[in-house]
Design a protein around this ligand. Sequence first.
Ligand code: FES
Ligand code: FE2
Length: 461
Amino acid sequence: MNHPKALTKDQIAERSRGESYQQMLDKESNPVPDSLRESTDTYLGSDNLSVDRYFSPEFQKLEEDKLWNRTWLAACRESELTQAGSYFVYDISKYSIVLTRTEAGEIKAYYNACLHRGRQLRKDCGTAREFKCPFHGFRWSLDGDFLGAPCEWDFPHIEKETFTLPQVKVDTWGGWVFINMDLEAQSLASYLGILPEHFDRWKPENTFKAMHIEKVIECNWKVAWEAFIESYHTVQTHPQILPYLGDSNSQYDCWGDNISRTISPMGVVSPHLDNIRPDQTVNDWLEHGAWLTDQAKVEVPEGMSARQWLAEYYFKHYSEQYQTDLGSFCTQSEIMDSILYSVFPNFAPWAGFHPNLTYRMKPYGNDPQMCTMEIIVLMRFPEGTERPADCGVQKLGKDQLFSEAEGLEGGLGRVFDQDFSNLKMVQKGMHNLQSGEVVLANYQEIRIRHFNQTLDKYLNA
Ligand code: FES
Ligand SMILES: [Fe+2]
């Protein structure tokens, strides 16, 4: 089969009708970080993707055996393991890992199973001085050393020195604690590639968790994941945001096997719309984001763009909130655009100086047609002040809407509900694809291709 090559010049011009994201950066008055100037323009072929990966139990089993236990996974925030004995249980697929902070301040992670008869040692999160199994009382220290059991005379065959809790790899980046069950795995730093360098400017480690929502969705975890790594669906699914989102101006990048990014410029009119005045762009945005406290409409001064107006507005708002002068160094892009990175397989952090959304998807139990999606908001706080406490998790069932969650009542909840309404219909529809394949765009859906190509590398290894 003959495949078209990467986009031609004309296609690129068409893709950014009006202005490309890079051209928008040319208008910035503050210096633009190199990370935003990078543009990989990747082409990964035009092949269709077989759909069995989204519902077959065999495929789900392959992921259990070759994916979740071999990749670096963002398990929790460092701030969820503040003191010696804090523990956090991270469950994914059939695996359960308990992370803890030792007396020496180190973070360690163990398989969450008692070495006697296998009971899970811990559930959820909390603090403990040691890991004592609730079944018969076998005990291990926070360092994983065996401390003893009732009636030890009955276990002369246990070698105390080696009866330690088996560990998995742990490392941290950006305030996140990652685990990897593959003891031979490459280091987290090498796995993350360009990511730490790009985020050095945004310092996600200096944030706290302001919102955390977890929702059960009736679709494969990859169906949910893929819906959030492209902006192509905006024109049909989220038409109300087109007056202020340059959906088809979005830039898509891929680095190595594990990292990709979409940047969707905000405060600009979608190339799909005509005749939208800057006033409408600004007012729609403010209204949907519940930013307007009184009903007075904003008038954008003649000669000023909506993007400029909104950037000034946000510089002022967030400068007050963070007690710093954002306008002196921050770009318009970093205060308003959707800059969404992803780390293979299931962790997607936003970048920039606004409150940063972060997404995570996971299979739900062993049903390949169910998953959980987490939406986390990380917020900055004034430098030198105490880090505010992280919020708890709001759990939503499969029939609840995102907009029912506290903090998502506004326009953002509506956007997630629109996404959510597609997901279970995709899951159902896929079974009736007579070709057994889905078709992907060359550019705007490149991240889906990139993701699946990396997935195949793991599963075929
Ligand atoms: S299963 Fe844990 S002590 Fe028996
Ligand atoms: Fe969406």
